[in-house]
Write a protein that binds this ligand. Structure first.
Ligand code: HEC
Ligand code: HEC
Length: 329
């Protein structure tokens, strides 16, 4: 309910605010004092049990979580590649092709729910999804627990950390703990938000002002620059009719709730590191960042953005690329 209210408020904000914007703000206009920032910096570290993080890291890379031992979480969420596979849609066990784009696992701990349609409320519950998904890992918990339980080093590690030893709950807990460690702090925007006013150059600042003034930040806001609530794709105009494709994977949250109001609603994606995570949108059909921005202008704020505006916003979005710490690209 709270999510619906928030989304409704965001839609109202966009509709009432966007038409009032007559011109692009001038460069360097960051007279910040009366203008609370809609975005917040990522923490530089998260307090987690280091042994569980290490176990989760091992599990994340282990093919035995899949039916034929060939597909690990890291196969699709390649940590040396910003946590994605770079494909339009995912490819799982036996080369089966999925219907949606692989989102990054970096910073996923800051999203209020998991998956494009938010069907998993937590990272723990999320982890069961790919294991069981016939076109991802095509396995199940008894099979995975059986295989890992035969490995003495796993038996020892789990035995130290979890009263029940190797179990599905322990596997999910360790993986989720590991995922919470996958953060990308200290992007240039974060340095700016922490007070380093020189961290963004002129063009990037103008892009940031546009991002705020046009209403992008009414949906893509907070610590993850998104990930906080659901919004319809096509607030202004019918995105799906216009492009002539409206398949089952395009129904979004409707697939979870069955409510008509939820048709074509998606969790607003985080824009952190978005310059590194092409292709875009839930079905990976948008190849470039510029095209994603153009479509957002048209369908989410009802505005045909100029090439210059798109360039400025793209320059700003580049500043959201953070430090991948132990996982350089
Ligand atoms: C075959 C490729 C593939 C494999 C293997 C895979 N994933 Fe994913 N992952 C995806 C896709 C595709 C989605 C989006 C699915 C959706 O939203 O319906 C996703 C979504 C996620 C999300 C949600 C991110 C977000 O922003 O909503 C997390 C977290 C995640 N995966 C972690 C894992 C973990 C942990 C494993 C291993 C247990 C794993 N994935 C295995 C492709 C894969
Ligand atoms: C009403 C809420 C809303 C507004 C306003 C909005 N967006 Fe979005 N944005 C979304 C949703 C929902 C998606 C996911 C679309 C999909 O998956 O098909 C999205 C996707 C994106 C993506 C692609 C992210 C990815 O990983 O695929 C970018 C980039 C983006 N928005 C930028 C912007 C910009 C720039 C603006 C302002 C011009 C903006 N958005 C305004 C809700 C919004």
């Amino acid at each position: 309910m709270a999510l619906l209210v928030l989304a409704a408020v965001a839609a109202w904000y966009v509709q009432s605010f966007a038409p009032a914007i007559a011109e692009a703000p001038s460069a360097g206009d960051d007279s910040g004092a009366f203008d609370p920032e809609p975005l917040a910096p990522l923490p530089r570290s998260v307090d987690l049990d280091a042994a569980k993080v290490a176990l989760g890291a091992r599990l994340f890379k282990d093919g035995r979580l899949s039916h034929d031992d060939t597909v690990a979480c890291a196969t699709c969420h390649d940590l040396g590649r910003a946590g994605i596979d770079g494909r339009r849609t995912a490819v799982g066990v036996g080369g089966k092709v999925g219907t949606v784009n692989t989102p990054t696992v970096f910073n996923s701990g800051f999203n209020v729910c998991q998956f494009w349609d938010g069907r998993a409320p937590t990272l723990e519950e999320q982890a069961a999804g790919p294991v069981h998904n016939p076109i991802e890992m095509a396995s199940d918990w008894p099979e995975v627990v059986g295989k890992l339980g035969q490995d003495r080093s796993y038996r020892n590690e789990f035995g130290h950390l979890y009263a029940g030893g190797v179990s599905s709950a322990a596997i999910k807990d360790a993986i989720a703990t590991y995922e919470r460690s996958l953060i990308t702090p200290d992007s240039r925007l974060d340095r700016y938000l922490r007070g380093d006013r020189g961290a963004l150059d002129d063009r990037e600042l103008r892009g940031y002002r546009l991002f705020k003034d046009l209403g992008c930040a009414s949906c893509h806001q907070g610590i993850n620059v998104g990930g906080n609530f659901y919004a319809g794709l096509g607030v202004f105009g019918d995105f799906f009719r216009d492009r002539g494709k409206d398949g089952p994977e395009d129904q979004g949250r409707f697939n979870v709730t069955g409510k008509e109001d939820d048709r074509h609603r998606f969790r607003v994606p985080s824009l952190r590191n978005v310059a590194r995570t092409a292709p875009y949108f839930h079905d990976g059909t948008v190849p470039t960042l510029e095209e994603a921005i153009r479509l957002m202008g048209k369908y989410q704020i009802g505005r045909d953005l100029s090439g210059e505006e798109i360039g400025l916003i793209a320059a700003f979005l580049q500043t959201l690329t953070g430090n991948y710490q132990g996982h350089p690209l």
